[in-house]
Design a protein around this ligand. Sequence first.
Ligand code: HEC
Ligand SMILES: [Cu+2]
Length: 367
Amino acid sequence: MRSGGKGTLRKRVLWVMGLVALALVVAACAPHASQDTLKPQGPYAREIKSLFIPVLWVAAAVFLIVEGGIVWIIVKYRHRKGRDRMPAQTHGNTRLEIGWTIAPALVLAVVMVPTVATIWDLASKPPSNAINVTVTGRQWWWKFEYTDPDMKTAAGGQIVTANEMVIPTGRTVYLTVTADSDPGAHTTDGLPGFAVIHSFWVPELAGKQDAIPTRENHILMQADHPGIYHGQCAEFCGLSHGIMRVQVRAVTPQEFDAWVANQKLDALTPQPGTLAATGMQDFTGGQCIVCHAIAGIPNATADAGPNLTHFASRGCFAGCLLDNQNADDIRRWLEDPAAVKPGAKMPNYHLSPEQIDALVAYLMSLK
Ligand code: HEC
Ligand SMILES: [Cu+2]
């Protein structure tokens, strides 16, 4: 092949690679991204951003100086036709070497001051009016237990929810983040154990925290305004890791009190003779209570699956993949959980369409 042909081929490959890179960059753009650390919606997330931005600028300056120097040297001292002589070779330069040891040390020392201050600050004890919630990563959904003494339910336990965590605006939430620690303990069907590491991250409200079996990590969370804030598991945890989402619903303090009051109540019992009442019978008489708790129903206290006491009061289920207010979503889930969510730890019970209709009616009545 002639050398000219090789040159154009190489150029073409470069062009294609450049376009692919550009396409990847453009594909990463989202105008209304809901998991944006750069748009903090609470004081703790804001604190992280106000550390990130200056450190980013310092890093950008270092990058430009180092890479700029490399490019400049490559261009300046590149091999040129008719210039075969070696440039002057230098070995050792004490002044330069001391300089490029001290300069990075200084840069790091400067960056360290706000970094350490922020770390201490975010690791400090929460204010005394903080709400305590234990977040447990399960395969593949998040469990939230409100552990404060004033979060006791009528049935004697604590308020427990799944997938959607409700918090009041303007108040610190002190999260204890952990993961299922008992491999196999929650399986009744010989399914594999669940003790794996997850990571809890709702970028607009708080930092990211690993959820590790048998360990307890803490983070502080707070929201300025009412709204829905999205997050998802940030540590690969198995088949449905990619759809292990979570949502935080921030509400006004008054709305929060009303929510708490409702969550403390036992589950509603459907009117006799209704479809929902049939669903309740299917639920308590069938497999469901082997894994799911519903406060107020004797024996329905299992913790292998999400607590369903107030299922219909939540905005999303099954890793925030589906909508609790949508009968078709619930139907799809009951028909075959693993078809909706690969590897789902809820088995397919091959329910009849009538059973499913009744169960959907019952679940949707659990406000
Ligand atoms: C072997 C234990 C087990 C049994 C039995 C079981 N489930 Fe589940 N269920 C689970 C698990 C685990 C999840 C969470 C799966 C996920 O999100 O990945 C779940 C999730 C659910 C959800 C979604 C809850 C939420 O908030 O995310 C509903 C609704 C549900 N199950 C209803 C039922 C009904 C109705 C029955 C009886 C027909 C039943 N389950 C039987 C384990 C079980
Ligand atoms: Cu996970």
